[in-house]
Design a protein around this ligand. Structure first.
Ligand code: ADP
Length: 638
């Protein structure tokens, strides 16, 4: 051991490492995939930079990933001639776990034993500690003379010291663990087994993965042997390329198995759940490209935060140019993962220029159509999966449509769905419209916490009784979106709290008008008791068994008021809804109010407060002064 100072792994990483080393993880073999992917990425980086620098001496053929084993010494080695790392990079890249997933990892590991920890979080390099008790990394960064050796025997820490290395690149040597009861670590020293693993996990890696493989072959027959002489066999070692190197996306759809797609997806995006759909397409003509896109089943934990990086990986003729290329993917579909490989892009243009490339826009337009069609197909052919998708990403479709001021209506409105008061599952606009009785003019909706709560709203009672279907808006963005859309397929969207539901018969209307006229002084008394809280007290025909409900006039509804108040700064300059307290003129309470106005006018004010608070409660809003409310109820009871 040299005198290089030993450094500790960062606390987080230490715990992760500990887990790796001691896990009885069933897929220890994926360590190889992780190391190969890192090597391939490193070559990508070097190749790309060489191309950018106009270094024509570097062709793709100059690169390889070499594997070798020394059985006796239990050593497994993987080398690449990629970009390499200097001392500082060795320390920061291999001394910490970069992925933010590690925090969540802690939370989840306790409960699920069999989850694909590696696939999910891409802890990459650390996976090697599942099969090795000692790891040495020797690396020389491109453009630098000095090489460095990183060494670790596990959780205790690691050292970094200078070393000799003739070529640019990285060589990683694992000392493979001794066999245990659960695991035949010897396997990882067998070339046939390694070849199998490379085929399974890394076949599409674009650089040759080579290894000395022992095979047997027939010896040439001595001269003059009889025609039917059998040759002797000899065993030889020969250097073989283990992977087919043709990237998955360049293959024909029919040549790729579901398993391979999934493996690739898991590998590239560290999502351990099978994607809902795979979109594999290629185009020629105005834009020539291959695209391999995946529709994830679940939203990544940071999807709805600003940490989430959307975009597709962009390759130019097989060379990775950029991860998370935003211009390729419309915002509304930012949940799609995948890549695009185009033959039209010039490799020498800078990343900045790339962003304005016409070609990219063209591809993005194609992909937008493709994704839309795929989602529509999922909606129509596999509703259960669509519902799972919608659960995860429905809000994104809505935000995007809202953010476009409705311009993306044509693209997105068909994909929306909402819980319904008459159906088990959610309903799309098209489904709602198809069920609408001919005489129904509007698409009715109501806002609330859930379909169940909405069904209990007093405003719903009459509609429900008439068999009218109501779409339930349960998410913050919903009502804003509906106000923006105004109509769908020429059918107006109408809130059940809207003053004009046009459900009443002419007689009913006239009756209400007459009642209002003759009892105006009662309504005025109630209004003045409630003061600023309320814009109006009115009689209504919309209620049946309930005494009161709250509606609004003007543009801001109660739901919007609530959502706006939660926005940053929303509490300081609150947007207030103009509340209307509607009273059921057929309810016994109303008769009581009329009587009180004659006998004890002071009590009308108290009743007005009570009814207003009740209306708030029914709508799911807190009462303004719970103590006063409770006291008033008690007073009445006593
Ligand atoms: P990930 O690859 O998921 O970022 P890893 O733990 O596998 O995480 O690797 C951490 C980092 O170490 C990589 O991002 C890369 O910068 C660097 N690295 C790993 N292996 C190599 C290699 N063979 N050549 C150059 N850099 C490497």
């Amino acid at each position: 051991m040299s005198d290089a100072a030993k450094k500790e792994f960062q606390a987080e990483s230490k715990r992760m490492l500990d887990l790796m080393i001691h896990s009885i993880y069933t897929h220890k073999e994926i360590f190889l995939r992780e190391l190969i992917s890192n090597a391939s990425d490193a070559i990508d980086k070097r190749y790309y930079q060489a191309l950018q620098a106009g270094d024509s001496g570097m062709s793709r053929d100059s690169f390889e990933i070499a594997l070798s084993v020394e059985k006796e010494a239990r050593l497994f080695t993987i080398s690449d001639n990629g970009c390499g790392m200097n001392a500082q990079e060795l320390e920061s890249n291999l001394g910490t776990i970069a992925r933010s997933g590690s925090l969540q990892f802690k939370a989840e590991v306790g409960s699920a034993e069999e989850i694909d920890v590696i696939g999910q979080f891409g802890v990459g390099f650390y996976a090697a500690f599942m099969v090795a008790d000692e790891i040495t990394v020797e690396s020389r960064k491109m453009g630098e003379e000095q090489a460095w050796r990183w060494h670790s025997e596990g959780v205790e820490g690691f050292t970094v010291e200078p070393c000799e290395k003739a070529e640019t690149g990285t060589t990683i040597t694992l000392r493979i663990k001794a066999n245990s009861e659960q695991e035949q670590y010897d396997d990882y020293l067998e070339s046939y087994r390694i070849r199998e693993l490379v085929k399974r996990y890394s076949d599409y890696i674009r650089y040759p993965i080579r290894m000395e493989v022992e095979t047997s072959r027939p010896k040439p027959l001595p001269e003059g042997s009889p025609e039917d002489a059998q040759p002797e066999w000899e065993s030889v070692t020969e250097r073989q390329t283990l992977n087919s190197m043709s990237p998955l996306w360049r293959k024909n759809k029919s040549e790729v198995s579901e398993e391979e797609y999934f493996q690739f997806y898991q590998d590239s995006f560290h999502d351990y759940e099978k994607p809902l759909r795979v979109m594999h397409s290629s185009a020629e003509g105005t834009a020539t490209y291959q695209a391999l896109l995946f529709l994830p089943r679940k939203a990544p934990f940071n999807y709805y935060s600003k940490d989430f990086e959307k975009g597709l990986t962009l390759y130019a003729s097989g060379v990775m140019i950029m991860e998370h290329c935003k211009d390729l993917l419309p915002d509304c579909f930012s949940f799609v993962r995948g890549l695009v490989d185009s033959q039209d892009l010039s490799l020498n243009i800078s990343r900045e220029m790339l962003q304005h490339d016409r070609q990219l826009k063209l591809i993005a337009k194609h992909l937008e159509k493709k994704i839309k069609a795929e989602l529509k197909d999922l909606l129509e052919s596999d509703r259960e999966s669509y519902n799972a998708f919608y659960e995860a990403f429905g809000p994104q479709l809505k935000y995007a449509l809202y953010a476009s001021y409705g311009m993306q209506r044509e693209l997105l409105a068909e994909l929306l769905q909402f819980p319904s008061t008459t159906q088990e599952g959610p309903a799309t606009f098209a489904e709602y419209i198809a069920r609408m009785p001919e005489e129904q003019k509007y698409i009715y909706y109501a806002c609330g916490e859930s379909a169940a709560q909405i069904k209990r709203l007093p405003q719903c009672e009459r509609l429900t009784e008439q068999g009218v279907e109501i779409l339930c808006l349960t998410q913050d963005v919903d009502e804003f979106l509906f106000k923006l859309l105004q109509q769908v397929e020429e059918k107006e969207l109408r809130s059940i709290s809207d003053a004009e539901l046009e459900l009443e018969s002419t007689e009913e209307k006239e009756r209400i008008e007459a009642e209002t006229k003759s009892h105006q002084s009662l309504l005025d008394a109630m209004k003045s008791a409630l003061g600023e809280k309320i814009a109006e007290v009115a009689l209504t025909a919309r209620l049946k068994s309930h005494p009161v409900c709250l509606t609004t006039t003007g543009g801001v509804t109660l739901e919007m008021e609530r959502v706006l108040a939660m926005q940053p700064g929303g509490a300081e300059t609150p947007m207030k809804a103009q509340r209307v307290l509607e009273i059921n003129a057929s309810h016994p309470i109303y008769a009581k109010l009329l009587a009180l106005q004659e006998s004890a006018p002071a009590q009308v004010a108290e009743y007005a407060q009570l009814l207003y608070n009740q209306a708030l409660l029914i709508e799911g809003y807190p009462v303004e002064d719970p103590v006063a409310f409770s006291n008033a109820v008690c007073k009445l009871m006593v």
